[in-house]
Structures are given as structure tokens and as C-alpha cells.
Design a protein around this ligand. Structure first.
Ligand SMILES: [Zn+2]
Ligand SMILES: [Zn+2]
Length: 308
């Protein structure tokens, strides 16, 4: 087997399969763009985002929580990815799907997507899709970190017997939900030392829990951004797609990936494109990079842009 070459400069021995030590690193601006971690910022930083792509993004966000999507919206991601026409035909588009109270967040996501389709301007559409994405992130957080009562956190054995005293020594409050948000229920100043210690311990546990939850939300948002970047090429770059690269092999592979949602053979697609004469480094690198691909991937879209 020949040594794989850098798709950009063609050097074989500077290429470790992912990075090239010979090519200059990407510009600072591009690095920044590729590290955006706020969903709306990522969507808004792309130049010509289309309603179809925005729906595919919403579908992808829903799919990331597919395992716990309620029955009535389980085929929503599919309909979103297939585009506005398919979504309009979806029964859930006309009627609010009947869902249980605990599925409220998916109801909100489905509603946001339905609303998106009725929007006439891209900024309005982006707002609806961003709401759907935010709701999906919330669903991820609620799955792993459901809201917990202040008193459900563990105490060290020596402080355990003060648990009830903590409750009795907290200032009563009618603001918010005092059982969940301890900020509204401070401890009385005259509470004893062990009670204060137990109170502080519960506060610390709650803080740790909330911080872990925020980290999960942030990582889910970063993953959503990664998905947007799979569908949108860095705006400063233009790729000319030569129809000659659209061989029957490449088209069949691309179709297969989209149908099966299995993109693991993307590097082989790069070889097929290269065989057809494609040396575009952006395209080849995108196919060979170890990153997930989604329906709406820009390389796949270019291959299938014709005769679809
Ligand atoms: Zn190189
Ligand atoms: Zn891709």
C-alpha cells in the first residue's frame, strides 16, 4: 500500500493520516471559526445558510436525543432531514402531537420546528431552529442531571443527623421553589456550627451537580456546532466542484451514506473522488478527517447536488 499523501501539498512523509507538518496551519480566523461553541453564533457565522440546511440541523439536534424522543415525534428528525416538503407532509406538522407532560421539552422542540417552517426570513427561521436546539440540549441535561431537591444530596455520616435541623433553620421563602433553589432559603444566622456545616455541605453538593450539568450543556452545544460545521464550509473558502468527480461510484456511496446514516466510509469516498481527478484539499480533508458527518454534510451535498 502506498504511503498516504497530504491532500493539500502532496507530501507523503509529512502526513500522519490527519495532520500535515509541511503545510502551514489554518489561519487564526479559521481556527476561531472552527472552535465556536455557541450554536446561534455558529449558525449566524455561516454565509448562505438555506432553510433546508437549517431543518437538517434541527433534525440532527433531535436525533442526538433520539433514544428518549417520545413516540409521536420519533420520525420528526427524519422528516426534518428530508427537507421542508417532507416536513409539511408530516402529520405532526399540522397538529400538535399529543404528548405526556414529561415530554414537554420535545413538544417545545417540535413546535419550534413547525414554527420555523412558517417563517419567511432566515433570521426568524434561525431563531426558531436555535430554540429547538436549545430545547434538545435541555433534554440531554435533564436526562443525566434531573432537577433534584436540595435535601436529596448525601451528607457525611457525622452530619447526617442534622439534616432535619437544616430544614428547620432555613429562612422560609415564597420566592421560586425553595426546595430546589437554595439561594432563596439562606440559613438563619443563629444556626449552630454543625447545622451550618451540614447546610454548607448540601450547598456544595448542589453547586457541583449544577456545574456538571452546565458542562454537559456546553459539550452538547459544542457538538451541535460541530454538526453545523459539517454542513457549512468555512465561509472564506470556496470549493469548485467539477461535475467529472460525480462518478456513479461517488454518487452511489454518497446516497448510501445518507440513507444508512453511516458515514464511516467517508475516507473511501475521498479515494473515489481522487480517482475521478479531485485533488481539492478541502474536500479530501473533510472526508478523511476523524469527525462525525451528518445528513446535510457539505461534501455529500455537493456530490448529490445534481439529479436528486
Ligand atoms: Zn501538507
Ligand atoms: Zn461531512
Amino acid at each position: 500500500m502506498p504511503t498516504p499523501r497530504c491532500p493539500r501539498c502532496g507530501f507523503a512523509f509529512a502526513w500522519d493520516g490527519r495532520k500535515c507538518s509541511h503545510c502551514p496551519p489554518p489561519s487564526r480566523a479559521r481556527q476561531l471559526w472552527e472552535s465556536i461553541s455557541r450554536f446561534e453564533e455558529q449558525v449566524n457565522s455561516t454565509k448562505d445558510i438555506t432553510p433546508r440546511q437549517l431543518l437538517a440541523i434541527a433534525g440532527g439536534c433531535l436525533r442526538r436525543v433520539w433514544d428518549f424522543l417520545p413516540e409521536p415525534v420519533r420520525d420528526f428528525p427524519e422528516a426534518c432531514e428530508r427537507g421542508p416538503e417532507a416536513l409539511r407532509k408530516h402529520p405532526g406538522f399540522r397538529e400538535q402531537p399529543a404528548m405526556l407532560n414529561r415530554d414537554r421539552e420535545f413538544q417545545i422542540a417540535a413546535e419550534a420546528i413547525r414554527t420555523a417552517l412558517t417563517r419567511n426570513s432566515i433570521p426568524e427561521l434561525v431563531r426558531s431552529i436555535a430554540e429547538a436546539a436549545r430545547t434538545c440540549r435541555g433534554a440531554v441535561c435533564n436526562r443525566d442531571y434531573p432537577q433534584r431537591e436540595f435535601f436529596s444530596f448525601p451528607l457525611p455520616p457525622e452530619l447526617e443527623r442534622y439534616r432535619a435541623d437544616v430544614d428547620n433553620n432555613m429562612v422560609p421563602s415564597d420566592v421560586g421553589n425553595p426546595r430546589i433553589d437554595v439561594r432563596y432559603r439562606p440559613l438563619r444566622r443563629d444556626a449552630s456550627v454543625p447545622i451550618a456545616a451540614a447546610y454548607q455541605h448540601l450547598c456544595d453538593e448542589l453547586t457541583k451537580y449544577n456545574e456538571a450539568r452546565s458542562r454537559l450543556a456546553a459539550s452538547e452545544e459544542a457538538a451541535q456546532c460541530e454538526m453545523v460545521r459539517d454542513m457549512q464550509i468555512y465561509p472564506e473558502i470556496t470549493v469548485g466542484f467539477d461535475p467529472a468527480w460525480r462518478t456513479s461510484t461517488a454518487v452511489a456511496m454518497a446516497r448510501g451514506f445518507v440513507e444508512s446514516r453511516d458515514f464511516s466510509a467517508m475516507p473511501i469516498l475521498a479515494d473515489a473522488l481522487q480517482d475521478a481527478g479531485c485533488e481539492d484539499p478541502e474536500i479530501l480533508e473533510h472526508c478523511r478527517a476523524e469527525k462525525p458527518h451528518y445528513r446535510g454534510c457539505w461534501v455529500i451535498e455537493m456530490i448529490l447536488a445534481d439529479g436528486k
